[in-house]
Design a protein around this ligand. Sequence first.
Ligand SMILES: O=C(O)C(=O)C[C@]1(C(=O)O)C=C[C@@H](O)C=C1
Length: 93
Amino acid sequence: MTDDTLARYRQSIDNIDAALVFMLAERFKVTQAVGRYKAEKDLPPADPGREERQIARLRALARDADLDPEFSEKFLRFIIEEVIRHHTRFQAS
Ligand SMILES: O=C(O)C(=O)C[C@]1(C(=O)O)C=C[C@@H](O)C=C1
């Protein structure tokens, strides 16, 4: 059975998912550089003040874009948690 409407929606979803992967790859490239820099300069892996500002900004953007702010906060925290794990590995090596 073919459902053209569903197929079109899914094509768009696939494009968006691909864009998300590319954007995340770029973000992690930058944060890897930040991790190396922080390790060199003996800076702590996490910066809770910066995180709070990022989350407040993202929540406001989410509200404007009609996206659930709770979800956007969870999503950003999930990414930052992984970044901090990478930073911590740089400090140990
Ligand atoms: O901005 C930094 O200092 C970073 O290390 C990047 C980043 C982020 O992924 O956005 C990660 C960890 C910090 O706690 C804050 C922000």
